[in-house]
Write a protein that binds this ligand. Sequence first.
Ligand code: CA
Ligand code: CA
Ligand code: CA
Ligand code: CA
Length: 288
Amino acid sequence: RYLSGSISSVAAHDADVGQNAIQGYSIEANENFRLNVIAKGGGGKYSELVLEKELDREQQQELTIVLVATDGGTPQRSGTAVIHVTVLDANDNAPVFSQAIYKASLPENSPVDTVVVTVSATDADEGVNGEVTYEFDHISDESNNVFSLDQTTGEVKVSGSIDYEELSAYEMQITAKDGLGLVSSCTLIIDITDVNDNAPFTFIKSLTDPIPEDTPPGTEVGIINVQDRDSETNGQVRCSIQHNVPFKLYNSPIHFLTSNSCFCVIYFTHPISIFFVHVICIKRCTGV
Ligand SMILES: [Ca+2]
Ligand SMILES: [Ca+2]
Ligand SMILES: [Ca+2]
Ligand SMILES: [Ca+2]
C-alpha cells in the first residue's frame, strides 16, 4: 500500500531547443496516478507522477503506466516510456476466520488425540504479513486441561479426560495472529454427549432386620434408593428382586422418578426363616 501524495519525478530529454523541445507530458487516465507538469527554470519541462488514490496490493499487484512526452515542433514528435509499478505488501489485513462460531460435539471418554474440530483463518497479505498462528485466548483451566490447539494447523484435539458428569459443555475463544501481530478471534463451543459409563448404586434408606416371625404379610421392611450418574435413558433405573423369596418389591411410579434416581420398597409376603435378599438394579430402557 502506498499513501496518496507520494511523488516520483519523470523527465524526458529532447535534443532540440525552444518550441521544438519538450512541451508536454501525458498519461492515460487511471484511478491511482495523475501527472504534474512543471516548467524548468532554464526552459523545458519535467513531470511528476503523483499518487492520488492508495494502491492495494491485494487488489492489484502490478500497474503499467505509459508516459508520453511531446514537443512543440511541426510535425509534432513524441516519445513514450513505460513505467512498471510493483506494489509492495503492507500488513493491512488481519486474519479472518472461516466461521465466527465453531460448534462441535464429542462423546465423553473420547481418547487423547481425538480431533474435535479444525479452525481456520486466512490472511490476504503475503509472506510473514499473512502467516497465521492460532492460540487459545483466556481459556479456563477446565478447557486447558482437556483440549490442545495446534498453533499452525488450528486442529483442536482431546488432551485429557472428558467426563460428561463433570462438565457437559466447553466454550473457549481462539485467536488467529499474523506475523506482525494483527489478530482476530472466534468462539469454539464443544458439547459433550453422555455415554453410559456409570452403573446404578444403591442407598438403603430404611431396613427392618431382623424381622419378627409374627410380622404380618404386606409389612414394609425396607426402602432402597437407587441412583445413576448418567443422563436420560443411560441414567434411568428400576429394581428387581430375586425369585423364591418371601418378599415383593415395588418400584416407585415413573412420575415419582427424577431422571436418574428411583426408590423401591421391599414388602414382606409370608413368614419363613432366614433370607438374604438381593436387589438388582437395572436400567429401565433395556431391561438388562
Ligand atoms: Ca497487504
Ligand atoms: Ca496480515
Ligand atoms: Ca456418563
Ligand atoms: Ca448408567
